[in-house]
Design a binder for this molecule. Structure first.
Ligand code: PLP
Length: 412
């Protein structure tokens, strides 16, 4: 077979080009038991993933309901565990109703595609009482340019016109909503941005969305458990949690240390997802151990709401340390600290340097972020110790030295 037609040869060529651009990725082994590194890379913001009560929640759920959900809840039935988790999430987060998914990714995919289709339908039912066909020109979806890949993919799958709006730009959102031809619109944003850790202007976005009859979908993956009183999230903090035109998505896989996702909103929204959300209907339900773990974690958060503040304080302290070393830090409003290095190679080197100093750090580069925003991403946990902070300071000092040396070499 000629080399140009050989599919594996093409994959090898693409991999070589990725490596040459400093964009290769590889899986690194992870050991069981106590973590030998100071973990500043995971999204386990409250340190609950290995909490004994969370583990017990998973084990008890597996004992009662099995290790897997065995099918979609519409086919094999809805367990009391799923119902209790949904009621508990809705109560804690001041929502009318909640629906859990097997991942936060799917919660985003299902909610945006289903809502765009449902809103885009003509008001009258089709022949013989069947729903009208969704129309591509029925709904406009506005998505912040820095939204997470799961939101990007949801927009791509939505049968609707999608416009990407510049980052945190309520004026651009208002303009696009005012100029639209479509009768319906959805505005989509993260609340605490996953890479930068900064908050979206939610109150303003909601005011604009409401003024133009649009729904606001807010992804709280990195805000749940961290932002707002008791970690109730950024929408709650902005005073829009109970608004009927606000829909929140959350991940159970980050601050709650479990696995899964949920959508919170009005009962009409949840009913729409149960009936038309493909990521709900055609996916095996959230696994019982994950549901049990998430429920136990939520109970721990409710019992100790100060954990959320502790995670935020620790993030600010990490950010202040990086700033002291002259690194470019985005002010931490959640538990994420972004140190912009501006070059993928530099970001990878910084991550390696941190590992050499006993610190696990995240490294973001294209396609996760634009090239010039390649960065080191540190995440704080509520349970960070003084030893962890000291390790972080040593690692960041070494990163600073490396950045200086690289700049000096670049100048010469
Ligand atoms: C902003 C955001 N939304 C959604 C998700 C997906 O959540 P999950 O990991 O539970 O699938 C992530 C995960 O990284 C995320 O960062």
């Amino acid at each position: 077979m000629p080399e140009a037609c050989d599919p594996l040869a093409r994959l090898r060529a693409a991999a070589a080009a990725r490596e040459a651009a400093g964009l290769g990725r590889a899986l690194r082994p992870r050991q069981p038991g106590p973590d030998p590194l100071t973990d500043l890379a995971s999204n386990d913001y409250l340190g609950l993933a290995k909490h004994p009560l969370v583990i017990e929640g998973a084990v008890t759920a597996a004992g009662s309901w099995g290790t897997g959900a065995t099918g979609s809840r519409l086919v094999t039935g809805s367990t009391a565990l799923h119902d209790v988790l949904e009621r508990s999430l809705a109560d804690y987060l001041d929502a009318e109703a909640a629906l859990v998914f097997s991942s936060g990714y799917l919660a985003n995919l299902a909610s945006i595609t289903a809502l765009a289709a449902a809103l885009g339908q003509p008001p009258q039912a089709g022949p013989a009482g069947t729903p009208g066909q969704p129309r591509r020109d029925g709904t406009l979806v506005l998505s912040d340019e820095y939204n997470h890949a799961s939101l990007v993919d949801a927009c791509r799958l939505a049968r609707a016109r999608v416009e990407i709006v510049s980052h945190q730009d309520p004026v651009a959102v208002a303009h696009a909503l005012a100029c639209r031809q479509e009768p319906a619109a959805i505005v989509v944003t993260e609340s605490a941005f996953s890479v930068g850790g900064h908050l979206a202007p939610l109150a303003e976005l909601h005011r604009i969305s409401r003024a133009h009859g649009a729904l606001l979908v807010v992804d709280e993956a990195h805000a749940l458990g961290v932002v707002g009183d008791g970690g109730r999230g950024a929408a709650w903090q902005a005073g829009i949690a109970t608004a009927p035109d606000v829909i929140r998505t959350v991940s159970l896989s980050k601050a709650l240390g479990a696995q899964g996702g949920a959508v919170l909103g009005a009962s009409e929204v949840i009913g729409t997802l149960v009936n038309t959300g493909r990521g709900f209907i055609f996916d095996t339900a959230l696994a019982p151990p994950a549901a049990g773990a998430a429920l136990a974690a939520l109970q721990l958060l409710a019992a100790d709401p100060d954990m959320a503040r502790q995670a935020r304080d620790n993030a600010r302290r990490l950010g202040a340390t990086a700033e002291r070393f002259g690194l470019a830090v985005t002010p931490a409003e959640a538990a994420v600290v972004r140190i912009v290095l501006g070059d993928p190679g530099l970001a990878v080197a910084a991550q390696r340097i941190c590992a050499g100093h006993g610190v696990r750090a995240g490294c973001f580069r294209p396609p996760s972020v634009p090239r010039e925003q390649s960065c080191l991403r540190l995440t704080a946990r509520a349970s960070l110790s003084e030893a962890d902070f000291m390790a972080a300071a040593r690692a960041l000092a070494a990163v600073r030295d490396h950045v200086r040396t690289a700049a000096a070499v670049g100048r010469n």
